[in-house]
Design a protein around this ligand. Structure first.
Ligand code: BGC
Length: 756
């Protein structure tokens, strides 16, 4: 009976969707019948608002183009008044009154800024990840934005690449969970509501694998690595219903993504069943000229035929498609298909019903930076921070005495919000100084001294300035002796020192690759001088990427990775330093000892000569160890957790059986705390060489002091699957090793055998 009920429900939903689709198709058929060729091509043109740009091109004569229906959408506009004015022209003056699609890089919040995405992935909490996207959508959709260029799901194994800040780290499985959660958060269950927005999965594909970690650089990868290690998060976002996909700047198998038919049509649409529209990245069509694919007309035709629907900024489509059609290089069907997909997105967002539905001045005033949103931002920031070291229980602090905050990042609002945070709200940001004052209350005395500049490297000073409005430019270098003298004088008055060091927010994100990912020399000198005072020093890191911290790890007693934590960053840091919150974040990227080890990631394959310190002819470096400073999954707590040995429901399994792995987790410290329990699997023998370990499940568990909990994690054959050399996704029978532990390195293991 129950089954019949479910069947009827599913059937009703199916027919409802079909009826909606039919209605949409009829509407679009009718509209497209009336549209001229120029107007159809116009829908494929995404133009800049001119506000700020991430390439050399900007668009001109926008007013005229809007009037004649030559613009389908506009990106990164900040003023609601200006957006409304553009929408007015489109819907009142253009031939068929087609509303504009406004898109924006709402990457980790709109005005309430959450931690950078890399930090949010350290939450290991998909409900909170989803919540951040939900709030971002609520704020952005009040301000005209119906489409966000997020989630960025590029797997990154190279911390030199500045855009590692924008993704969920190095693990494909965790990346896929984050991708799903973000799409759900942005799009909700009904895209046509006025507080949900369309997601755009980017950068399709493999953008995070840029050679040498240099942004926009070339990518070369085997298909099997692509399928197993890099594609899963994109696919997860598509499966979660993401309405659009953005191409990447790089080549895939030597063909730029925007012109890659295999990628955009065979894989994305035919294999994965993607039904939305594809937009290029900023001038990516034009950049195909530099990739050596031909002139603007040729590359534009190539992109359209490959499956690109919308051209971001470059106007290759706008200026050449008609000519290509006249010359028979493309067909009207190609144009119609792309135009239809863009119109469908507008229809699904409800823009044809009410073009102004996302422009709500009342909501824009009252729905942003609300107390609830700020509360969520603080909670998410606290939980994204990772305690890297805490020797001698130096942390948490008591709320008394004098704390000296020292460092160029100790009181810098602009650096707390990180990359892609330009919609305002910066004045609300709390710095570490603000946070310690707010959370510490009157019984703590907070002093501050800058201590040093961020860097004295003239090249970095020149190149590392930001292009985002609101983000600061590097300041003039003050005399380093003077700064140090002031800092030591301030430190002299304090009981403890909090050194806030790391990176400017403009040193990570787009076009922000770094060859040296350690703390800059001037800051390190400051740290050494502070250590020389003999007072306890806590290092708080503000940064957008994994850093090389071997010296810091060896010499500093307590280190907190605070990332660029967003609007509530400083309050969140202070809540942790004072122990109001017990840290629970875990790294989602490996922190190497040296850039010389890169790429360094936990889920690597074994070599034929695995490292053996006693044997020279094994895979290792002569000058340093192979190990990272902090491995994937690593993060400490103020309390300690003990893992019992693993118990298995069975050691021999067959077919679709399930395995239950159990163990007891004990909080044997003095504070309540949360632990992210991680489960990894290895298949030592298979038809292809498999990674030494792969994350397949995790649980976040809260335990009171002294509390024990029995934890069960179930796995089935879907956790064993991988793409084999025929790119077939299946599992192979054999032995498996199950690892359970507090991070990817410190685990207990048990062996099973699973047959078909
Ligand atoms: C970036 C994209 C971004 C786009 C629009 C490009 O330069 O690569 O991630 O969405 O600009 O701002």
């Amino acid at each position: 009976m129950k089954k019949l009920g479910l069947f009827i429900l599913l059937l009703t939903v199916f027919y409802k969707i079909q009826a909606q689709d039919e209605k949409m198709n009829l509407f679009i058929d009718d509209l497209m019948n009336k549209m001229t060729l120029e107007e159809k091509i116009g829908q494929l043109n995404l133009t800049t608002s001119g506000g700020f740009v991430t390439g050399s091109a900007v668009n001109e004569k926008t007013h005229l183009k809007l009037q004649s229906g030559q613009i389908g959408g506009m990106l990164n506009a900040l003023s609601l008044t200006a957006m409304k004015a553009s929408m007015d022209i489109a819907v009142k003056e253009s031939p068929h009154h087609i509303p504009l699609l406004f898109g924006m890089d709402v990457i980790h919040g709109y005005q309430t800024i959450f931690p950078i995405p890399l930090a949010m992935s350290c939450l290991w909490d998909m409900d909170l990840v989803e919540k951040s996207a939900r709030i971002a959508a609520q704020e952005a959709t009040a301000n005209g934005v119906a489409w966000t260029y997020s989630p960025m799901v590029d797997i990154a194994r190279d911390p030199r690449w500045g855009r590692i800040a924008e993704g969920a780290g190095e693990d494909p499985w965790l990346g896929a969970q984050v991708a799903k959660a973000l799409v759900k958060g942005y799009q909700g269950s009904d895209l046509s509501l006025d507080n949900t927005m369309m997601a755009c999965v980017k950068h399709f594909a493999l953008y995070g694998a840029a050679e040498a970690g240099r942004d926009y650089n070339t990518v070369d990868m085997s298909k099997i690595t692509m399928y197993n290690d890099y594609l899963p998060p994109y696919k997860a976002a598509v499966d979660a219903g993401a309405g659009s996909v953005m191409t990447s700047f790089n080549v895939i198998d030597c063909i730029p993504s925007s012109g890659n038919h295999w990628l955009l049509t065979e894989l994305l649409r035919n294999q994965w069943g993607f039904k939305g529209f594809v937009v290029t990245d900023y001038t990516a069509v034009n950049e195909m000229i530099n990739h050596g694919m031909g002139d603007l007309q040729t590359v534009s035709a190539l992109a359209l035929k490959a499956g690109t629907d919308m051209d971001m900024v470059g106007e290759g489509f706008l200026t050449t498609l008609k000519k290509s059609l006249d010359e028979g290089k493309i067909s009207i069907k190609d144009i119609d298909l792309a135009c239809r997909r863009v119109l469908e997105a507008k229809y699904k967002l409800g823009l044809f019903t009410d073009p102004y539905r996302y422009m709500n001045p009342d909501r824009a005033k009252k729905d942003v930076l609300t107390p609830d949103n700020l509360k969520a931002a603080r909670e998410i920031a606290m939980r994204s921070m990772v305690l890297l070291k805490n020797d001698k229980q130096i942390l948490p602090f008591k709320k008394s005495g004098t704390i000296a905050v020292i460092g160029p990042l100790g009181n810098s609002k602009a650096d707390m919000i990180g990359t892609w945070a330009f919609a305002g709200g910066q004045d609300k940001v709390s710095t570490v100084v603000d946070g310690l004052k707010n959370i510490g209350g009157n019984s703590v005395n907070i002093l501050y001294a800058k201590g040093s500049e961020l860097t004295d490297n003239p090249v970095l000073l020149k190149n590392g300035s930001s292009f985002f409005p609101g983000q600061k430019k590097e300041e003039q270098i003050a005399s380093s002796e003077q700064l140090l003298k002031e800092a030591l004088a301030t430190a002299g008055k304090a009981d403890v020192i909090v050194a806030v060091l790391g990176e400017s927010s403009s040193w990570s994100g787009e076009a922000s690759s770094m060859s040296d990912i350690g703390i800059q020399k001037v800051q390190q000198n400051l740290l050494k001088a502070l250590l020389g005072t003999g007072k306890p020093v806590v290092l708080v890191l503000v940064n957008g990427r994994p850093m090389t911290l071997p010296w810091e790890n060896a010499n500093i007693s307590a280190i907190l990775e605070a990332w660029a934590g967003g609007t509530e960053a400083g309050n969140a840091v202070a809540s942790i330093l004072f122990g109001d919150y017990n840290p629970s974040g875990k790294l989602t990227t490996t922190f190497p000892i040296s850039v010389g080890q890169i790429p360094l990631y936990y889920n690597h394959k074994n070599t034929g000569r695995p490292m053996d310190p006693k044997n020279k002819f094994t895979s290792k470096y002569l000058d340093i160890s192979n190990d990272p400073v902090y491995p994937f999954g690593y993060g400490m707590s103020y309390t300690t957790f003990e893992y019992s040995d693993i118990k298995l429901s069975k050691t021999q399994l067959k077919g679709d059986e399930k395995l239950t792995t159990s163990f007891t987790l004990t909080n044997n410290g003095k504070m309540a705390g949360e632990e992210v329990v991680q489960l990894y699997i290895q298949q030592p023998v298979a038809s292809i060489s498999r990674p030494v370990k792969e994350l397949k499940s995790f649980k976040k568990v809260l335990l009171q002091p002294g509390e024990k909990k029995d934890i069960n994690i179930e796995i089935g054959t879907s956790e064993l699957k991988f793409y084999n050399s025929d790119l077939k996704y299946d599992w192979e029978p054999g032995d498996f090793i199950i690892y359970i532990g507090t991070n990817s390195r410190d685990t207990k293991s048990a062996k099973i055998n699973w047959v078909k």
